[in-house]
Write a protein that binds this ligand. Structure first.
Ligand code: GLN
Length: 537
């Protein structure tokens, strides 16, 4: 049996926050005792975003089962208890890949293979599969892109068919649209929304609910006008005003009665439950924290807010756990290379280096770790941030001047970070990294053990290179602690520094498992250490 479905489309412009809206709806339905899941449909031809540059796509979000997916799925995992997996992200590339494989196998029995019905059938099959396997009450399907794009047409046709097959109270469409405020006219304009709903109706989809993104409050008259022209109930014109904090969005939508409305449209009866814990714990602490710290994030893509999405979110969560506002200072590693931004770096209460690829800005990052190590500033290294910490330690503490990763210098004299044998034969770049959840064993009497309060953990990975175990004893002698390892493969997972207030670097990506109401232990402890560092100054 396939669950009830909510299809979310977007109109007028991109970046309206459809992903956040979907996650907020998931949160509201979960609060009512419903199990939900999400599917993100991306109309691009890449099979997954794994090979895309962050400037193209923002962060690549990694699931437990090792899928490289869209960052909207990260919002969903942060807001709800849903379990996201590789099938939760459907791309045009993936759909065509499957259809072409079937054609080559001869599955279509001599037929001409076409967009309709073969591509649309494959989309429907992929949606139904997730909905069936996850055994949820409601599946939220978010269609990427904007209505009117050529690329998203097969997805829209597929959801039109699904809606028809499923019937009225089993499937609804929520259209996220923009009401631009024209200052000179002193009012919101509804025409773009009318046009985009018109486009949807041309292809046979009449939205049941309109989520109107606005800068200011919409008036009763405007709601009535939108309802009349777009063929929806007045109550179904939902105001989605700009929120100061993303964690406010579920509460704002609840105030608009969105959860009640969805339940009614889907013919589901569940008692109302206020989101009290969410508003008391999460929102209160985000809005009125007792303390404040500054964390420097040193990276290559700092101009782009989406490139390190989960990292920034996890820092906020670490702040919530410590009743602390985290001010994030984003520092371009190349500017450190040029000797700039050092003051900002030294003035930070904590320094974090996130994941990354390629050699641009690497020397700046190495300088940043050195500042953290020598000046006792709490340091948190993630993936590339751990590799950099090891290179810095090798060069400046162990005296291995030629230390590097073979990613940046294939002929490095001291390859402290290098490729595993199994990676050396890899030719394709897509989906061939060490991906997804792997177990890690933590040694007692380490900062990491103190944070997690257990010794067997599981964390998500996305990297090709590893610490080179040949250098382990040299590092240990000089004061580095190998706090976590993958016992099955003997791989280093976490390193720490003995004589430092808080220096923890891990090969995995803890940021993917942090939640606003349940901060990841390492982010929680990093912010606590930054706070102590600030108080000690
Ligand atoms: N480029 C490094 C590797 O592939 C680090 C990857 C990352 O930070 N995600 O191992």
């Amino acid at each position: 049996m396939i669950s009830k479905c909510i299809f979310i489309t977007g109109g007028v412009v991109s970046s309206l926050g459809k992903g956040l809206a979907a996650a907020s709806i998931g949160k509201l339905l979960e609060a009512r005792g419903l199990q939900t899941t999400i599917i993100k449909c991306d109309p691009y031809l890449n099979v997954d975003p794994g090979t895309m540059n962050p400037f193209q796509h923002g962060e690549v979000y990694v699931t437990d089962d090792g899928a490289e997916t869209d960052l909207d799925l990260g919002h969903y995992e942060r807001f709800t208890n849903a379990h996201i997996s590789k099938d939760s992200n459907i791309t045009t590339g993936k759909i065509y890949y499957n259809v072409i494989a079937k054609e080559r196998r001869g599955d279509y029995l001599g037929k001409t293979v076409q967009i309709i019905p073969h591509i649309t059938d494959e989309i429907k099959r992929s949606i139904k599969k997730v909905s069936r396997e996850k055994r949820v009450d409601v599946t939220i399907v978010e269609i990427g892109g904007t209505v009117g794009d050529i690329e998203s047409l097969p997805f829209l046709e597929a959801i039109r068919q699904l809606r028809w097959e499923m019937g009225d109270s089993n499937a609804i469409n929520i259209h996220v649209t923009l009401l631009p405020y024209i200052r000179a006219a002193g009012e919101h304009k509804t025409k773009p929304t009318q046009h985009s709903v018109g486009r949807l109706r041309e292809i046979g989809i009449s939205p049941e609910i309109l989520l109107c993104r606005t800068e200011r409050k919409i008036t009763k008259e405007q709601r009535e006008k939108i309802a009349l022209f777009c063929n929806v109930e007045k109550e179904a014109v939902i105001e989605a005003a700009d929120a100061r904090h993303i964690y406010e969005v579920p509460l704002m939508l609840k105030k608009e009665g969105l959860d009640e409305l969805i339940l009614r449209k889907l013919d589901i009866r569940r008692a109302d439950k206020p989101l009290k814990e969410w508003s008391d714990f999460v929102l209160e602490r985000v809005k009125f924290p007792k303390n404040e710290v500054t964390v420097a994030v040193v990276g290559k893509y700092i101009q782009l807010p989406d490139a390190y999405k989960s990292i920034y979110e996890a820092l906020v969560h670490g702040g919530i756990a410590n009743d602390t506002r985290v001010n994030i200072v984003k520092i371009d590693s190349e500017s450190i290379e040029k000797g700039k931004k050092l003051k900002q770096l030294q003035g930070a209460d904590g320094i974090l280096i996130p994941g990354g690829f390629g050699d641009r800005g690497i020397e700046g990052k190495i300088k940043a770790v050195r500042v953290a190590r020598e000046q006792g500033i709490p340091y948190f290294g993630i993936c590339l941030g751990m590799q950099i910490a090891c290179i810095e330690f090798a060069r400046n503490v162990c005296g291995l001047k030629g230390a590097n990763s073979t990613e940046f210098n294939k002929k490095a004299k001291e390859p402290v970070i290098s490729l595993l044998e199994e990676q050396k034969s890899v030719k394709d770049l897509g989906a061939t990294m060490r991906l997804g959840a792997y177990p890690c064993h933590l040694s007692k009497k380490t900062l990491s053990y103190k944070a997690y309060k257990k010794d067997n953990i599981s964390e998500r990975h996305r990297h090709r290179y590893e610490f080179n175990n040949k250098y382990k004893s040299r590092f240990t002698k000089n004061g580095m602690l190998f706090a976590g390892k993958n016992t099955q493969h003997g791989l280093v997972e976490v390193v720490e520094l003995k004589d430092h207030p808080w220096f923890v670097a891990c090969q995995y990506h803890p940021e993917f498992k942090s939640k606003p109401d349940n901060a990841h232990p390492l982010f929680r402890e990093f912010i606590a250490a930054a706070l102590r560092n600030q108080k000690a100054e």
